[in-house]
Write a protein that binds this ligand. Structure first.
Ligand code: AMP
Ligand code: GLY
Length: 269
């Protein structure tokens, strides 16, 4: 259960993932891939501000910076491409058009032939209350995503069907979970990113709503029989809240003992 090495590159390389979307007509933000600071600065003329600067490689949530103006974009590009702040993850950069709308995490089971979306979720990425502060891996989630209108058919036609076609055309044997990060506006969806796994903390909200046996689904995914399994969900609303040690997402104190868990009622820790 899990993608092959090649399919995992959909998460591991932003450039690979954008190229996959472009080739298979999956809606996404306009972008340019660059390999040096000079090339990046030249490419900036094709964008308006804010512009999104994305390190190609994995960067533990620190690889995407939304730059308000040209100076900030140049500073960010210099840090990543010249000073090497993210190591080799920043050797290649994707410059991307800034999208407006609301975000939605759409996780799906996929066995290579069949794709079954899970219930929707919304991730709250910024560290402080009121959506302030730097982005984190996620400070909490709610499921269902309260902003998502009824647009299952649109998501199937625009995103899921071309994604499955793309896997087939590229001979990717993908059996596992694909996490599609979407930006939605006016009932149109664009893909921000693919992750090749369950999301954290999306999963904490989503799996509490699963009304089928997760083992049966995972077994069906791994044996390419997902179409024969019924994936049922509860009509419940779930919220997940992350408590983090002070300092997160920067460096933070570790090894603290958590107390008081016995007194917790009506929630799952
Ligand atoms: P990513 O890892 O590509 O999903 O980017 C991390 C976060 O940056 C996303 O969840 C969004 O909050 C934000 N982001 C990424 N790309 C864009 C974009 N093109 N327009 C607006 N926000 C973006
Ligand atoms: N919550 C976002 C992620 O798991 O990547």
């Amino acid at each position: 259960f899990g993608p092959t090495r090649v399919a995992a590159t959909l998460e591991g390389s932003k450039a690979f993932s954008k190229d996959f979307m472009a080739r298979h007509n999956i809606p996404t933000a306009k972008y340019v891939e660059v390999h040096s600071y000079e090339e990046a600065v030249e490419a900036l003329v094709h964008f308006t501000y804010p512009v999104v600067v994305k390190a190609d490689g994995l960067a533990a949530g620190k690889g995407v910076v939304i730059c308000e103006d040209e100076q900030m974009a140049k500073d960010t590009l210099k840090e990543m491409m010249v000073d090497g702040s993210l190591g080799s993850a920043g050797n290649t950069i994707v410059l991307e058009e800034f999208l407006t709308g609301f975000e939605c995490s759409l996780l799906c089971f996929v066995d290579g032939d069949t794709i079954v979306p899970m219930v929707s979720a919304k991730d709250h990425k910024q560290v402080y209350d009121g959506n302030k502060g730097p982005n984190t891996g996620g400070m909490g989630t709610v499921s269902p995503n309260p902003f998502l209108p009824d647009m299952d058919e649109v998501l199937k036609r625009d995103i899921l069907d071309p994604f499955m076609e793309g896997l087939k055309k590229d001979n990717m044997d993908y059996r596992g979970v694909v996490f599609i990060g979407l930006m939605i506006e006016n009932e149109q969806a664009k893909v921000l990113e693919f992750n090749v796994r369950f999301g954290d903390p999306e999963t904490q909200s989503i799996l509490l709503r699963l009304d089928s046996d997760l083992f049966d689904i995972m077994y069906a995914v791994s044996t390419k029989t997902l179409k024969d399994v019924e994936v049922k969900w509860k009509e419940e609303h779930v919220a997940c809240l992350v408590l983090a040690s002070a300092g997160y997402p920067g460096s933070y104190e570790k090894g603290k003992v958590i107390t008081g868990l016995d007194a917790v009622e009506d929630v799952i820790v």
